[in-house]
Design a protein around this ligand. Structure first.
Ligand code: PMP
Length: 350
């Protein structure tokens, strides 16, 4: 792969014991351009500004899609890219929804692997840390009319990330705004879903909450997701999570946790969850755990859910709770300390 190495590494400026998520971008990036119906040869180059047209279509009409994934330094020193096939499958589903060209495994994983090889010193080894991987694609044809672009960029950036343990969330059930709606783009990881969520989230923060518990965009009756995570509840000893639909992102952490819950012999239900069911379960004292799931934190405990003006509280998860146990198990699998029975670890060739 054509590679231009930086002459001024920024590695020595990074404080690996105090990593702020997304702040330090590794020395190199991968760039590939799609033109004339095909992807060109990817190139690795020093991370830096690009020259792009202000008329490029993604800025105006939103053809822009990304992924968020992680690589871990394993106990034996290997570097593990976690579930790349599943991330590529989701990336390609997102790209297809936005009429953008898909990527081959060779370009996606080959690119990630080569970039990580070049910047392998950026993969942290301290507890709970990882290299966050951000593959993304956007329309880069310069043209003002509303049109499906004929030109795209695919870029991979990486950034060392520290242990992220959010304090238990206070949530507000959203009944006015929608993040997305069935038939919309919620299942796709496209940029517009995130920009559109800022305003209702800011309103919730002004009211004293941390995040939104998103409900279906039509009736606001069923639970969809929490903030930028999938959501799970332990109701009467059963792990319950909303079943996927076109408004919900098919989280890779969600899938990993559901799979491990099955392995642990837990009863798991993927189904529609009514807000009124949650309210009744809270009143009956049946909810022992509630948490979000996502690549950044793995699990994020939920402390409070406001339903119709009443704050319902969930006890803080103890060390034996399901969410802490499954988080630890997933960590051990990723580090190679427990068997990887589902072939989730991809060991990068360095
Ligand atoms: N929902 C949304 C809207 C998200 O942005 C994310 C983060 N990618 C998730 C759920 C969790 O997905 P994953 O477990 O793949 O990170």
């Amino acid at each position: 792969m054509k590679t231009t190495l930086t002459t001024q590494s920024r590695l020595s400026q990074v404080d690996f014991n105090n990593l702020e998520f997304g702040k330090n971008i590794s020395d190199h990036m991968l760039v590939a351009v799609y033109e004339n119906g095909k992807w060109g040869e990817p190139e690795i180059m020093p991370f830096g500004d690009l020259s792009l047209s202000p008329a490029m279509l993604s800025l105006h009409y939103g053809q822009s899609v990304f992924e968020g994934m992680k690589a871990f330094r394993m106990a034996n020193g290997n570097i593990n890219i976690f579930r790349p096939q599943r991330h590529l499958d989701r990336f390609n589903r997102s790209l297809d929804r936005m009429c953008m060209p898909g990527l081959s495994m060779e370009l996606f994983l080959g690119g990630l692997e080569e970039l990580i090889r070049v910047d392998r010193q950026w993969v942290p080894g301290n507890d709970g840390a990882s290299l966050y991987l951000r593959p993304f694609s956007f329309a880069s044809e310069s043209r003002l009319g509303v049109n499906i672009s004929k030109k795209y960029h695919f870029i991979i950036l990486t950034s060392p990330a520290g242990l992220y343990q959010p304090k238990p969330y206070r949530l507000k059930v959203e009944t006015n705004y929608a993040r997305t709606v069935e038939g919309g783009t919620g299942f796709a990881k496209c940029s517009g879903n995130y920009g559109g969520a800022y305003y209702p989230t800011r309103m919730a923060v002004e009211e004293g909450y941390d995040q939104i518990l998103w409900t279906d965009g039509k009736e606001h009756e069923y639970v969809d997701e929490v903030g930028m995570m999938n959501v799970m509840f332990m109701i009467d000893g059963v792990l319950v999570t909303p079943q996927l639909n076109t408004a919900i992102l098919d989280g890779i952490t969600r899938d990993s946790i559901l799979t491990l819950a099955g392995d642990m012999g837990m009863k798991v239900e993927e189904r529609k969850i009514k807000v009124s069911e949650l309210e009744a379960a809270f009143k009956a004292g049946k909810i022992s755990e509630a948490f979000g799931t996502g690549t950044a934190a793995v699990v994020a405990p939920i402390a409070t859910i406001n339903i119709g003006g009443t704050d319902y509280t969930v006890q803080e998860p103890g060390p034996d709770s399901f969410q802490i146990s499954v988080k630890n198990l997933l960590k051990e699998i990723r580090l190679g300390l427990k068997p990887d029975n589902h072939n989730w670890n991809y060991i990068a060739k360095l």
